[in-house]
Design a protein around this ligand. Sequence first.
Ligand code: ZN
Length: 332
Amino acid sequence: MSELHKFIFEGLPVRGMLVRLTDAWQDILARRAANTETGAYPAPVRQLLGEMAAAGVLMQGNIKFNGALVLQIFGDGPVKLGVVEVQPDLSLRATCTQVGEVAPNASLSQMVNVNNEGRCAITLDPQDRLPGQQPYQGVVPLFGDQGEKLENISEVLEHYMLQSEQLDTVLVLAADDKVAAGLLIQRLPVEGEDNLAGKTDSLMRESVLGKSEDFSRIAILSKSLKRDELLTLDAETILHRLYWEEPLARFEPFIGETGPRFACRCNRERVGRMIRSLGTEEVEGIIAEQGQVEVGCDFCGAQYRFDPVDAAGLFTGLPADLPTNVPGGPVH
Ligand SMILES: [Zn+2]
C-alpha cells in the first residue's frame, strides 16, 4: 500500500518526509496503458511523472492548506504537459501529454526543456474559493542560476522551495513501473535567525551556526540515498540506514484510508460544463461530424458521451446557478 511517513529530528531544526507510492502509482500507469489512443508511457516519461507524483504528495504533506496542490510542467519538447494534483486528504491523480517521439533514454531537458523554455508551476487552489479569488501560483524555470538546463525535477523543486518558502530543502526522487518514491528534508527557521545579521552576540551566532551544521550533516546523509534504494527498500530500512545516529522521532504514518491513493475528480456535470463552454456552434459542428460528443478523461480514462439530445440539453437545461450573461445562456 502507498504510504507517507513524517518525522523530525529531536532538538534539531530539521524535519522530513518519505513517500512510497505503490498501488496508487500502479493504478495511474495501468489506466494510461489501457488507453488505446495513447498506450503506456515511455520509460523516461513514466519516471518524470512518477517523480512529480511523489514530489506532489511530499509538498502537499508539507503544508497546512485546505485545497489542492497542483504541480505542472509545461514542456517545450515532446512532453507538452505533466500534471499532478494532490488533495489535502492525499488522494491524487496525474497525467502527461506527449506529442511526438520520446527516445528510450531521453533526459529531462530532451523531454520538456529543449529550448530552455520549459516551466514548472506549483498552484495552491483553495477548496472553498471565494468568487474572484485566484489560486496562488509560483512558476520556476527548468534551468539553474547560470542558465544551465536542470536534469532532475528534484533540483527544480528545491529551487522553488528556496524561492517561495525561503527554506533549504533536499529532495531525492525516483520512479519506475512499480514504485514512485521520494524523500524530503527541510531546514526549519531558527528563532531569531533573521535578525542575526549585524548582531554581535557571538553566543547566539554560534548556536545558529551549530544548528545549520546539523542540517548540512542530515542533508549529506539524505543525498547519499541511491535511486535503487529508494525504489526497493521499505521505509523502516531507509530511515534506519540513513539516520541511525540521529535523534529521529516519527509520527503515525499515513497508509490506506489516510494514505496517498488514486482518485479522479472528473464527473459528467463538469465535462458537460466544459462542452457548453465551447459554444452551440462548435458543439453542433462536432455532432454533425461524429454523431455525438465524446470526451475522455486524461487522468482516469473515463469516457463521457453526449448524444445530440444530451448535448442540446446542455444549452437549454441550465442550472440556476449559472450566470445569465454567458453566451448561449438563458435570457430572463
Ligand atoms: Zn477522470
